[in-house]
Structures are given as C-alpha cells and as structure tokens.
Design a protein around this ligand. Structure first.
Ligand code: IPE
Ligand code: IPE
Ligand code: MG
Length: 245
C-alpha cells in the first residue's frame, strides 16, 4: 500500500508546523557553501506545501528564520533574505493557482525593506485564497512574541480597557502573532535535532511532536505523509484517560 493510502483523510491535522532544519549540513556534505543548502531547501518547501494542500491541511507554518538567526554571518543572512524575495517572485503564480494564502508571523519590522515590501505584496495578492494558509515564521522568536503580548496586555490594563479577571489563556492567545489561528496539531522538525529552538512555545503546549533525521533539502511529499501517518497513530488524550475518549 502506498504511503498516501495509509492516511485517514478524516483525521488529517488541521495545522502542521515545520522547523525546516539541516540545510547547512546538507550543503557541507556535498562540499558546498551553506547557501547551496538553503537554495535546495526551496523545493522541499514546495513539496511540503503541495502535500499539505492535497491532504486537506488548512494551516502550514514554516519556521524560515528565527530571531537568533540574525547572529549568523551577514553574508548568510543577506543570502537568505534575497532567496526569500526570489522565491516569492518565482512562486507567486503557483500560489494563486493552488489557492494558497500567505501570512507571516514574527518581528517583520526587522527585515530589510525590500523583503517587507515583497511580503506585503504576496500577502495582499493571496488574501482571497482559501485552500491552504501558509504562514511564514520570519524573524520569529517565541519569547519575543510572548513578551510583546504581555506589554500590550499591560498597556490595555493601565488604560482601563482590560481588567485582570478578563485575562484568560484564550485571551492571551489572541495577543500573539498567531491570533485566530488554531494551535498546531503536528510539529515536524528535520535534521535530527530534538529541540524547539524558540518556536511557538505557547502554541505547542499540546502538539504532537515528530522528529526525523532527514535533512530539509531531502524532505519530500513522502516524508510529509510519513509524519502524518505517525501522527494518526498517536492518541491525543488532553489529560483524559484512554477510556474517556
Ligand atoms: C535551516 O537550516 C534553515 C535556517 C535556519 C535558516 P540550517 O541553516 O540551520 O542548517 P544546519 O542546521 O546548519 O545544517
Ligand atoms: C531553527 O533552526 C530555526 C529555523 C529552522 C528557521 P536553527 O538551526 O537556527 O536552530 P538551532 O540553533 O540549531 O537550535
Ligand atoms: Mg540548523
């Protein structure tokens, strides 16, 4: 039986988040510069997006650049930023054809102005698309996101707009970059690293975690299917007993 036939279409995760890791090692294994790995990661992004769309996943969040990644050599940061602009340019038509809406999360104001402009353009042009929402996490850091949310809450409390007893976990969620987006049901991290690297710390509270040694440029639709198959074998209890489900 092929992998895709092993997937129960009625139990596809509504939101999948991916930490796309291992581009640098993939390039180094081939005696190439790290950016060669990033360039080859683009086709894996395409594969994951196509697989998600075909399975009926509604939200796909892709960790593309963290707040910590600003500490990489400037040449690598610059190359990643131009790759982002080039990729949006080359994928725009496909996004529209496949009905994919683009959103971003992160400290977008930190990005170079040409990148910000390109992002606004793709967000606007795809705003009517409904099949899949692809969320790019750029200059994203969970601790920064949570800190910013707290600052907003305190300011509203001080202005008298918000009382302390109105502050609930649900309200707090609505102050994050991910307001209105359901929490990921499945998190995939490639490259064999078993950590979260400051990604969606609040939102992943009850997410199923899936780690694979596959390096990001080698990630294919089949790898995406494997993660979904593994996810479907898990029992999501949310604190209850098995018998209660
Ligand atoms: C992930 O690959 C892409 C980004 C963080 C931008 P890496 O660049 O982290 O690749 P490795 O982990 O060094 O192999
Ligand atoms: C996490 O990968 C960030 C992205 C995939 C964008 P890193 O490669 O930056 O993470 P660490 O530093 O190994 O934890
Ligand atoms: Mg890495």
């Amino acid at each position: 039986m092929s992998l895709i036939d092993q997937i129960d279409k009625a139990k596809v995760p509504e939101h999948v988040a991916i930490i796309m890791d291992g581009n640098g090692r993939w390039a180094q294994q081939r005696g190439n510069q790290r950016i060669f790995g990033h360039r080859n990661g683009v086709k894996a992004v395409r594969a994951a997006t196509e697989a998600a769309g075909e399975l009926g996943v509604k939200y796909l969040t892709l960790y593309a650049f963290s707040t910590e990644n600003w500490s990489r050599p400037k040449s690598e940061v610059d190359a990643l930023m131009s790759l982002l602009v080039d990729t949006i340019n080359s994928e725009m038509e496909t996004l529209l054809k496949n009905d994919i809406r683009i959103l971003t999360i992160g400290d977008i104001g930190m990005l170079p102005s040409d990148v910000q402009l390109k992002l606004s353009e793709v967000i606007k042009q795809t705003s009517h698309c409904k099949t899949l929402t692809a969320i790019l996490a750029l200059s994203y850091g969970s601790r920064l996101e949570i800190t910013e949310a707290i600052k907003k809450l305190i300011a509203e409390h001080q202005n008298g707009k918000l009382s302390l007893d109105q502050i609930t976990p649900e309200l707090f969620s609505s102050y994050l970059y991910t307001a209105g987006i359901p929490d990921p049901a499945l998190l995939i991290r490639t490259s064999g690293e078993i950590r979260l690297s400051n990604f969606l710390l609040w939102q992943l509270a009850y997410t199923e975690l899936y780690f694979t040694p596959v390096l990001w440029p080698d990630f294919t639709k089949e790898e995406f299917y494997k993660a979904v198959i593994e996810y479907q074998k898990r029992e999501r209890r949310f604190g209850k007993t098995s018998q209660q489900l």
